[in-house]
Design a protein around this ligand. Structure first.
Ligand code: 5RP
Length: 220
């Protein structure tokens, strides 16, 4: 199977975690798109979905899946999304698609985070994938200096504006020893909206698709 087929296999496996009669939280990206397409066949079983981006909202709506505003939803059983990197403790780097802030917010309202990945996303240590940091535009230079002082090499994602009207700094050259501490440290920089480390609240379930099938790992 090629990488896209593996993404689809992980996404199909996540359909087992969708709870009938409930709202499902839906992530962003090519793996999440496979999940949305699979969810289409289940649209009459579920109440609807909360999307983590305008792109996912459009795709869900295109399948006739009812969309809920997150402010209308107290809780939901599951949030399903991909990742750019995931480690053995199910901490992740996300935000390659720039939707990290809404992803983190929707995931926070869900009882379980189910991460769907092809095997290439598994890493021993997070940081080879540049860490996305969403920043308020007027704080771009200040945040970049602070990220540099933390040992990273931030680069502005050219020509990109988030769904929230902000900018993304992609931080290169990191090797992240303690993801939860680093996540909190970056969040404390004035002007940072959120960062792509999902470690304080990582995944609860990983569905990792490889050549031998889809492996399921639970957060310990
Ligand atoms: C988007 C994300 C995605 O989950 C991440 O970039 C993985 O994308 P893909 O499924 O296309 O490999 O965090 O902001």
């Amino acid at each position: 199977m090629n990488q896209d087929e593996l993404k689809r296999a992980a996404a199909d496996a996540a359909l087992e975690y969708v709870v009938a009669g409930e709202i499902v939280g839906v992530g962003t990206g090519s793996t999440a798109n496979h999940f949305i397409d699979g969810l289409a066949a289940r649209r009459k079983d579920i109440l609807g979905a909360v999307a983590s981006s305008e792109a996912s909202a459009q795709r869900l709506a295109g399948h006739g899946i009812r969309l809920f505003d997150l402010n209308e939803v107290d809780t939901m059983p599951v949030y399903v999304d991909g990742a750019d990197e995931i480690d053995a403790g199910l901490s992740m780097i996300k935000g390659g698609g720039g939707a990290l802030t809404r992803e983190k917010i929707v995931a926070a309202v869900a009882e379980r985070f189910v991460c769907i990945c092809d095997a290439s996303k598994r890493v021993a240590a997070l940081g080879s994938f540049p860490l996305p940091v969403e920043v308020i535009p007027m704080a771009r230079a200040h945040v970049a200096r602070r990220l540099g002082a933390l040992g990273g090499a931030p680069r502005l994602r050219e020509g990109f504006v988030t769904d929230n009207g902000n900018l993304i700094l992609d931080v290169h050259g990191l090797s992240i020893a303690d993801p939860a501490t680093f996540e909190a440290e970056i969040d404390h920089i004035a002007g940072v909206v959120s960062n792509g480390l999902f470690a304080i609240r990582g995944a609860d379930v990983l569905l990792l698709a490889g050549s031998d099938g889809v492996e399921c790992q639970l957060r310990s």
